[in-house]
Design a protein around this ligand. Structure first.
Ligand SMILES: [Mg+2]
Length: 343
């Protein structure tokens, strides 16, 4: 039955021959399981996860990336691999979790000019970030497709059961914080697509290669009341906390942390402020905390070598309002950001 099912899938997708597939697994992916003894070198039908330490629980998250939706089809393969990993690691950080490993599903276009070269770069990118973040590959699958390149990563980690970050914990009187800077990735995408002229390598880097805030999440343990990672746009993601926590979020637009490059662009074209607020791909942590935790949060940011900025407050009510420098609500942000299914 298993073979019939596999043959059926091949017939539907026009997949490569079994020999190709096994050779590719051995060459590109089996080496990535070196630090995952339970993966058995990808030679079995499944993998064993390590034991969870006392008091901890598994956290699991999946993010799929589609060419020309979540990255550009001609982005370098190693950077695409690292982005696919990092957006998942960012979700683990948002839950307060420590990453352990991941599984991977790939749909490779049949008309790829040179699949082996692309896979070689892709695997090199995975290897590099596995070393950076102390994780390993536990399994995966690849198929070929008539559609666009498609990558799905499922990452898993562990969290102290009593310390998991949720979106639902914000209460009235809390303050709203964000890590790093906001808007660089959205502006970087506009540079790549030609909507913003000029050389902005720093912004392009932020679009292609997010930095998951795992170190900050570790230091914030016990300090935050609600947390998520900003992937769909600051305003929309703030809306997720507002809805899950049944509160109103008041964002101080003048307090938003912008990089020097983003500040220069926004100053030159006011319309770009909307991209900063709604653009997405920031992969920064947006979190709430009691006002008396402010000093401890600043210290946590210093220990994690990650800037943290207080950008708003939690009021009774619902929704998100962004105040401008004069304290007036900004218009036109009601439908800001991407819409997609929440995990
Ligand atoms: Mg997320």
């Amino acid at each position: 039955m298993v073979n019939l099912a596999r043959d059926g899938v091949r017939a539907m997708t026009g997949s490569h021959s079994p020999l190709d597939e096994f050779a590719r697994i051995d060459r590109f992916f089996a080496p990535l399981t070196q630090n995952a003894p339970g993966a058995f070198g990808l030679g079995d039908d499944g993998a064993l996860l390590p034991a969870v330490p006392d008091g901890r629980r598994w956290v699991v998250t999946t993010d799929a990336l589609v060419a020309d939706v979540h990255f550009l089809a001609d982005d370098p393969a190693d950077l695409v691999a690292r982005k696919a990993l990092r957006v998942n690691l960012s979700d683990l950080a948002a839950m307060g979790a420590e990453p352990v490993g991941y599984t991977l599903a790939l749909a490779l276009p049949r008309d790829f000019a040179d699949t082996e070269t692309w896979l070689s770069g892709f695997a090199a990118g995975l290897a590099r970030d596995q070393a950076s973040f102390g994780i390993a590959l536990y399994g995966g699958d690849s198929v070929s497709t008539r559609g666009p390149l498609w990558i799905s990563v499922t990452a898993f980690g562990t969290v102290l059961e009593s310390g998991v970050f949720r979106r639902s914990g914000a209460t009235v009187g809390d303050e709203l914080w964000v890590s790093g800077t906001i808007g660089d990735a959205a502006l970087g995408l506009k540079v790549l697509t030609g909507d913003i002229a000029g050389e902005h390598p720093g912004l392009i880097d932020r679009y292609r290669l997010p930095w998951p805030r795992l170190a900050l999440a570790r230091e914030l343990s016990g300090l935050v009341s609600a947390c998520l990672d900003v992937s769909d746009g600051l305003v929309q993601d703030a809306g997720h906390i507002a809805r899950r926590s049944a509160v109103r979020i008041v964002l101080d637009g003048a307090a938003l942390p912008l990089s020097t490059e983003a500040t220069a662009l926004v100053d030159s074209a006011a319309a770009l402020r909307h991209s900063v607020l709604a653009g997405g791909d920031d992969y920064e942590l947006l979190f709430t905390a009691r006002p008396d935790a402010a000093d401890a949060i600043r210290k946590a940011g210093r220990r994690a070598d990650t800037p943290v900025t207080r950008i708003g407050r939690i009021d009774p009510g619902e929704g998100v309002v962004v105040l401008d420098a004069e304290g007036r609500p900004m218009e036109g942000l009601e439908h800001a950001g991407w819409r997609h299914f929440e995990a």
